[in-house]
Write a protein that binds this ligand. Structure first.
Ligand code: XMP
Length: 327
């Protein structure tokens, strides 16, 4: 049986040799637990699920079925990266589900942030459950649960998303190979497994994705503006050497317009809000002092390249009083 509790004496995994020892141990445990049965995994492309996927592919190859649900709220290039890394490079058994229309149709006209979150979470479970029912002979469900998830649920800080609230007819045994690891250890293990550095060290990204950054009721055109502006911000931060240094940075687009001028003509378009913050635990945060020249360059690119945006604003608010996300 896999170890379910982190031993107090466990050495922190900080280097390749320790990571490799952990990987070897997990591979043996996974094989012992699963035998020749099939395992299902919801692969979002986030650090934890990606590391679990890579571990399981090493341990049991095609007995793992990864399901990647594209809900339309992912960042630019993310679904493509999941397919490239796992299907093309690691030869994984990957089911790609294009659920974009389904999610956006359900979200149409819904402005309340918590209702949006509930719809996204609920729909995700439904889509995943439907895919699971299409597959034969699955007995296990793999999850990227990590040690802080267990600690936080024990202390009542957050409800552990264990088994993702799947319906009762989908009664799988759990496989949680990174359960006893802290986040920094998951990243070291991910690199040792050969996952791309950018995937393993990427900034936190909320489950509801760009859905909580397309403020108010989501529309496809404004969602595209969030996605494109976010891609420009990330590209420029990477070029300026800020990637991996700033804890979280993103754009948000509110659902109001203001007047501006483009090509000598009056235009009513959206503003784009930039946010860049540093924190240790996300409970409080400070604003990254982004150089003014970089902000000006990003503004020029976003107002020129992103359809429907004529202004860029930089959010100067620490947490508190502002939360990190706008909704
Ligand atoms: P706030 O906005 O509460 O964000 O200061 C703190 C951290 O949590 C992330 N966040 C979420 N993550 N589902 C998630 O998985 C959510 O609904 C959600 N809302 C906020 C946020 O990106 C930040 O890192």
């Amino acid at each position: 049986m896999p170890i379910l509790t982190r031993p107090e004496t466990m050495e922190r995994i900080t280097n390749k040799a320790l990571a490799e020892a952990f990987i070897a141990e997990q591979i043996a445990d996974i094989r012992a637990q699963v035998g020749d049965k099939k395992v299902l995994l919801a692969l979002s492309g986030g650090v934890d699920s990606s590391v679990v996927a890579a571990l399981l592919i090493k341990a049991i190859g095609k007995q793992l079925v990864c399901v990647h649900v594209n809900h339309g709220l992912l960042r630019k290039g993310e679904p493509e990266q999941v397919i490239r890394v796992f299907k093309d490079e690691m030869d994984a058994n990957l089911v790609y589900v294009d659920a974009v229309d389904r999610f956006l149709d359900k979200l149409a006209g819904v402005a309340d942030p918590e209702t949006k979150r509930k719809i996204i979470g609920g729909e995700f479970i439904e889509v995943f459950a439907e895919e699971a029912r299409k597959l034969d002979g699955i007995e296990f469900l793999a999850q990227g649960t990590i040690w802080p998830d267990i600690l936080e649920s024990e202390h009542g800080i957050k409800a552990h998303h264990n088994a993702g609230g799947l319906p009762d007819d989908l009664d799988f045994e759990l496989v949680e190979p990174v359960r006893i690891l802290f986040k920094d250890e998951v990243r070291v293990v991910g690199e040792a497994l050969g996952l791309p550095h950018g995937m393993v060290y990427r900034q936190p990204f909320p489950g509801p994705g760009l859905g909580v950054r397309c403020l108010g009721a989501i529309t496809r055109d404004r969602l595209e503006a969030v996605r494109e502006s976010d891609a420009i911000l990330r590209e420029e931060f990477a070029k300026a050497g800020l990637e991996g240094k700033v804890w979280q940075y993103f754009t948000a687009i509110p659902d109001f317009k203001s007047v501006g001028i483009k090509d000598g003509k009056r235009c009513d378009e959206w503003p784009c809000i930039l946010r860049a913050v540093n924190t240790v635990d996300a409970m409080s945060a400070t604003v990254e002092p982004v150089p003014f020249e970089l902000l000006s360059h990003i503004t020029e690119r976003i107002t020129n390249e992103v359809k429907g945006v004529n202004r860029v604003l930089f959010d100067l608010t620490p947490k508190p009083t502002g939360t990190i996300e706008w909704e």
